[in-house]
Design a protein around this ligand. Structure first.
Ligand SMILES: Cc1ncc(COP(=O)(O)O)c(C=O)c1O
Length: 364
């Protein structure tokens, strides 16, 4: 068996190469790098794909969160609740726009701990940042109800969940806005940094569009102090092509995850992620107290794995000022998580080979 890689971005690109290179050649020929038809077309297509009324292309997923939060106009220094097990950007974005963060613990199935969330929802909180981590849609019904009754806004970090849905409704359309990253390794990835924010709120969308483009909608119409974070035409042209394959790629991820569930032996030493309807399995994360040994064993057997994430955000040095955010389950879990390769380039025999190798490790 050849080496099993975590992803195969060259193969992804090759499946859209000819159409993308034709668009890139046209863009470069016309030097129409910023804005223009390719960006507008992707924004239309991605809005339609998510079922949102509006989509704004931006520079990356962190900017998408920051621009969305800025546009909401939350009270300065108010608190955003953020799950303790996420990529650091969810917390970083809130802090970078003059808000504070308070971390919420997670449960063994990686979902947010609603009881801890309730306990941490006080009058200083203005917003709940929900993360659809690993591609699993968060329990939006319960979370929206909680946010509504507490009078706080809810936003969605969809950086790992392009196409994930609850009863057919795509993530990103439940809260005030949904922020997406198109970092190359995401389920929908660009050829560099890129991101988007979707919303059903026309006023919010217009404000976000201004913030992302120096406070203007047209050339010198600067009516607020903004910044520069634009999706460029070359990235938009590639994303338009890749978007056409996203559902098929996501189906293969779900199939691979189901194959793992059928072939991996769950035991007191190995926990598998639950089957979650509507997940797009950005990662397939297992839990074991022998994580580092298993990772080394798989590496010796030519199988790439990842760790998402090795340190819970509240335990990172950069977040030591965010007092009152103890999240013991997330802290303990961080030492035991291992992401097995699950992306669309892997076929059944390769998933079975990974599963058999994992089973062999625990039998030895
Ligand atoms: C959950 C989550 N939020 C936000 C981001 C930030 O996206 P970007 O790297 O495009 O800024 C990422 C990307 O890794 C992510 O996984």
């Amino acid at each position: 068996m050849n080496r099993i890689t975590f992803s195969d971005l060259p193969a992804q690109f090759n499946s859209v190469r000819s159409q993308t290179e034709a668009s890139w050649s046209e863009i470069i020929g016309k030097a129409s790098f910023i804005g223009g038809e390719h960006v507008a077309a992707f924004e239309r297509d991605f809005a339609a794909y998510t079922g949102a009324d509006f989509c704004l292309g931006v520079g990356n997923g962190t900017d998408a969160l920051e621009i969305g939060l800025l546009a909401l106009g939350l009270p300065a220094n108010s608190i955003v609740l953020v799950p303790a097990n996420s990529f650091v950007a969810t917390a970083e974005a809130a802090l970078n726009v003059g808000l504070r963060v308070r971390f919420v613990d997670v449960l063994d199935d990686y979902s947010i701990d609603i009881q801890d969330l309730r306990a941490k929802l006080d009058s200083e909180v203005s917003c709940l940042a929900v993360v659809h981590l690993y591609g699993h849609p968060a329990p939006m019904g319960e979370l929206l109800e909680l946010a509504r009754s507490a009078g706080v806004l809810l936003i969605e970090d969809c950086a790992q969940a392009h196409g994930a849905a609850i009863d057919g409704k795509k993530v990103g359309t439940f809260g005030s806005f949904g922020a997406f990253s198109f970092y190359p390794g995401k389920n929908l990835g660009a050829a560099g940094d890129a991101g988007a924010v979707v919303t059903n709120d026309a006023t919010l969308h217009e404000k976000m569009r201004r913030i992302a483009n120096h406070g203007r909608l047209s050339k010198f119409d600067h009516n607020l102090v903004g910044r520069n974070s634009r999706l460029d035409a070359l990235q938009a042209a590639l994303l338009t092509q890749k978007l056409r394959h996203l559902d098929a790629w996501n189906r293969q991820r779900v199939y691979n995850a189901d194959s793992y569930r059928a072939s991996l032996t769950q035991s007191e030493f190995l926990s598998l992620p639950p089957k979650i309807e509507g997940s797009v399995y950005h990662h397939f994360v297992v839990r074991t107290s022998r994580r580092n040994e298993l990772k080394a064993f798989l590496s010796d057997n030519q199988i790439e794995t990842g760790i998402h994430y090795p340190i819970a955000i509240p335990d990172l040095q950069a977040f030591q000022d965010d007092a009152g955010s103890s999240c013991p389950n997330a802290s303990a879990m961080a030492e035991e998580l291992l992401s097995l390769p699950v992306a669309e380039h892997l076929r059944h025999s390769q998933i079975e080979h990974v599963a058999n190798t994992v089973n062999r490790f625990f039998c030895a």
